[in-house]
Ligand binder design. Structure first.
Ligand code: SF4
Length: 360
């Protein structure tokens, strides 16, 4: 299949739904680890057509949502330094930190701007040579290669006023953490499509090997999701633990070698704090010493007040799949996309926002 319409064709969707519903399913829980999948599953009503006995859980797959307040608070401290422009992706601006949000600081006069890509951030540095421009980089393996390439571009073009505050994270350690915690029963995992395009299918081999759970890497169209869920049901019912790949038009066994090389050239793996999961070993990307002239953490010293989080917000539980967004007492009452209390209601890939827009 080549065209998007084919992945949304009612006859094709109906065929998979009929096949799936012929399975005898009892108490099967599947988790999607990608925020894009969470949105697509709710938007296309995938949950409503699953066989009885199958339920979908959302995991920690939204990069904005899992960015810990430690990292966000630090970015806010950078933003209020003299002669500084802080740039980041639009969603981050509205996420409440321990005390304020970046958009609140912007309203107070801090020079904070949103960009669509790291190269836009570099362009901001190029056009404001008298300012220190700090890019607050959040995201997973999908974002990290572009950030690495931008640091290399800054080096090549000798742009000295460009810095990066890296809150970049790696997804397999988060999947392992959820499975190690054992707080919820997970029978199968819908593997992330975009992340796997970079890291490759083989990066998920540890899940069937160490936890005897199958993974099906999925694309983002309704047919992609139905086919990968069907793959999972087939594997679970037949007691087969392996990684299957529905998204073969994008994901290969090894992933994008070039992107991984660039990422590994600029970054080293370090422990990282995740909202809802705590500090996970070897789950973050730090700028290597040889590129430390671009590392905001090395070049700017800021002091951070004690980190706090709003106890009423249940994002931590949502991100671990323990509750669904509507179970949060603030959902749609106090917390809405216009007045978000937590990141899961801000981000376009956040579970609470996805429920708000598509849940019904
Ligand atoms: S509804 Fe709002 S307060 Fe509740 S978990 Fe989601 S983001 Fe947090």
């Amino acid at each position: 299949m080549k065209y998007i319409d084919e992945f949304r064709h009612p006859d094709k969707l109906r065929q998979v739904i009929e096949r799936m519903n012929a399975y005898r399913c009892e108490n099967i829980s599947l988790m999607e680890f990608c925020g894009g999948h969470t949105v697509a599953i709710l938007k296309y009503g995938i949950r409503q057509v699953l066989p009885d006995g199958v339920r979908m859980l959302s995991g920690p797959g939204c990069p904005v949502c899992v960015t810990d307040n430690t990292e966000l608070d630090r970015a806010m401290e950078y933003a209020v330094q003299e002669n500084t422009i802080l740039v980041t992706y639009g969603d981050m601006l509205r996420v409440p930190g321990s005390y304020k949000s970046l958009s609140f600081l912007k309203a107070e006069g801090a020079d904070i701007r949103f960009v669509y890509s790291p190269l836009d951030a570099l362009k901001t540095a190029e056009t404001h040579p008298d300012k220190r421009v700090i890019f607050f980089a959040v995201g997973f393996e999908t974002s990290a290669p572009a950030v690495a390439a931008t640091i290399l571009a800054a080096q090549r073009f000798n742009i000295k006023n460009f810095l990066v505050s890296s809150a970049l994270k790696l997804t397999p350690p988060a999947a392992r953490a959820i499975l190690e915690m054992g707080e919820i029963k997970i029978n199968g995992i819908v593997g992330p499509g975009h992340v796997s395009t970079i890291i490759g299918r083989e990066a998920w081999d540890f899940i069937p090997r160490d936890y005897s759970i199958p993974v099906a890497i999925s694309g983002f169209e309704p047919l992609d999701l139905l086919l990968s869920i069907e793959m999972l049901l087939h594997l679970i019912i037949n007691n087969i633990a392996k990684v299957d790949n529905e998204y073969t038009r994008s994901v290969t066994a090894k992933g994008n070698i070039k992107a991984k090389e660039i990422m590994n050239h600029v970054f080293e793996v370090q422990d990282s704090a995740w909202r809802g999961l705590g500090v996970l070993p070897a789950s973050g990307l730090n700028i290597k010493k040889e590129f430390e002239t671009y590392d905001a953490g090395k070049q700017c010293s800021v002091s951070i007040k004690p980190v706090r989080s709003n106890p009423a917000c249940k994002c931590a539980e949502v991100l671990r799949g323990l509750i669904e967004s509507p179970e949060c007492p603030l959902y749609k009452t106090v917390c809405t996309p216009v007045n978000p209390v937590g990141p899961c209601m801000v981000s376009s890939e956040g579970s609470c926002a996805a429920y708000f827009y598509y849940g019904q």
